[in-house]
Design a protein around this ligand. Structure first.
Ligand code: C2E
Ligand code: CA
Ligand code: CA
Length: 430
């Protein structure tokens, strides 16, 4: 039988196609036992290499790794979600044909499990975990199982999440990570953003995208944000005592801008702690009830809380409100930054946003800076600050302090721009 190669995956034919999906799939030898009995243990142990070779022959863009005697992992990109299912279906057909093993034809039965996620939001760990669960399911169903992670949160039911959230603070399950921002002209770390994480006793690490919306619906967001503020004030004191005086931003959900009790309590905590705090807010949150929100933002500004407009360009934007907000910083959403050097449109949008913000007397931060090329272009465009994986992933307070210490040594040695970068080993230990 003539088996067609898997066209959507081979981008050599069409260099204009930008892969927008990342797929991680696992293939497992289902009839390993009978084959081992027939071939002997030694030959059977090498069988997975024959499987890997056959997969890579037909999926030439895939990156393969043998992860055991019976399993091979392959990662590849595609244009659309259907490409993965098509690839798995073709591979299944291909493995219906016998393999020649030392001159004898053998059928190697394979199980397939996989998961796919849009490249822009790729979370490699979750991708691997979901693919493992998919192969587990395939062991029962004996058909390829594929999970589309673009819309589903990892099978959490909202009700129990909300119930657990109420206990999480008391049980000390929440913790913060910090991500620095670098001022390009001053060549220094000027501030940091605190990002909350939840170490759930059963579900493991949960990122904010998966629980902040539930916290907002359940009213847990107020106590959670006050806890974050208190923790940041304490961490900031510790850093200041070590000689690192730094403005720290926290994220404030929209409905808290309409909550007078929250506003009063937050101001009181910042003032009595003598802290240097900034709040990141989105324009969308102001548009809901502009009068109250803008009045509360004025209160924050009066007590010295710096205000940054977050995710600019990702949601609703209104120049009328933008002008009225007492913000000193505008953060361009990572949506426009991660593709900056490969897109025609994004540099124009970013350039005009920088000019607009400067005209309104605001400094500009680009978030989601992942490459040197993006940082260089932003610098030429007059962007003031950058934040992103290039400089640092969000890290624990201990690792953040170490980052600041090392930076101080490097800048004392008058090392130029490269001083913000750390070897991969640094992040592994962070
Ligand atoms: P955000 O405020 O836009 O935070 C930045 C997000 O981008 C963080 O995701 C961060 O890990 C990620 N990020 C940073 N640099 C890069 C990069 O170079 N490339 C890419 N692709 N991503 C990057 P995270 O930590 O998952 O936070 C997601 C969102 O959750 C935040 O988005 C923020 O809106 C919300 N959030 C986090 N902590 C809190 C909190 O304490 N309160 C509230 N209300 N919301 C929070
Ligand atoms: Ca933010
Ligand atoms: Ca943001």
């Amino acid at each position: 039988m003539e088996i067609p190669s898997i066209l959507p995956i081979d981008f050599d034919d069409n260099l204009n196609v930008v892969p927008s999906w990342r797929f991680l799939c696992l293939a497992e030898i289902a009839n390993f036992g009978p084959l081992r009995r027939h071939l002997g243990a030694l030959r059977a142990d090498g069988l997975i290499m024959d499987v890997a070779d056959r997969i890579s022959e037909h999926l030439n863009e895939a990156r393969l790794a043998v992860v055991g005697r019976t399993i091979v992992e392959f990662v590849f990109d595609g244009e659309k979600i259907d490409d993965a299912q098509a690839a798995l279906d073709r591979l299944r057909l291909i493995f219906d044909e016998a393999i020649d093993l030392d001159g004898e034809p053998h059928r190697v039965e394979l199980l397939f499990g996989g998961a796919g996620v849009p490249v822009a939001s790729a979370d490699d760990i979750r991708l691997a975990e979901e693919a493992e669960q998919a192969i587990e399911e395939a062991r029962f169903t004996h058909v390829p199982v594929f999970r589309d992670l673009s819309s589903t949160a990892p099978s959490f039911d909202r009700h129990s999440l909300i119930r657990d959230l109420e206990k999480a603070l008391e049980r000390g399950e929440m913790f913060l990570q910090y991500q620095p921002k670098v001022h390009l002209r001053r060549q220094e770390i000027c501030s940091a953003e605190a990002l909350v994480r939840w170490q759930h006793p059963v579900r493991g690490l949960i990122l904010p995208g998966d629980f902040i919306p539930a916290a907002e619906d359940s009213r847990a967001i107020g106590p959670l944000t006050l806890w974050t503020l208190a923790q940041v004030i304490a961490d900031q004191k510790m850093l200041a005592a070590a000689g690192h005086d730094l403005l720290i931003f926290i994220n404030i959900s929209g409905q808290l801008l309409g909550d007078a009790a929250f506003v009063a309590r937050a101001c009181q905590m910042v003032q009595s702690g003598g802290a240097r705090i900034g709040f990141e807010i989105t324009e969308t949150s102001v548009i809901r009830d502009p009068e109250t929100a803008i009045a509360h933002l004025q209160v924050f500004a009066e007590v010295g809380i710096a205000l940054a407009i977050d995710d600019y360009g990702a949601g609703l934007s209104s120049l009328a409100y933008l002008k009225q907000l007492p913000a000193s910083e505008l953060k361009i959403d990572k949506l426009f930054i991660t593709q900056l050097t490969s897109s025609n449109r994004d540099p124009l949008i970013v350039r005009s946003t920088i000019d607009l913000a400067h005209a309104l007397d605001m400094e500009v931060t680009a978030e989601g800076v992942e490459t040197q090329a993006a940082m260089a272009l932003l610098s030429v465009m007059g962007c003031d600050m950058v934040q992103g994986f290039l400089i640092s992933r969000p890290i624990s307070i201990g690792a953040f302090r170490q980052f600041l210490e090392e930076d101080r040594h490097l800048s004392a040695a008058a090392e130029p721009r490269g001083s913000f970068f750390r070897p991969a080993s640094f992040w592994k230990s962070a």
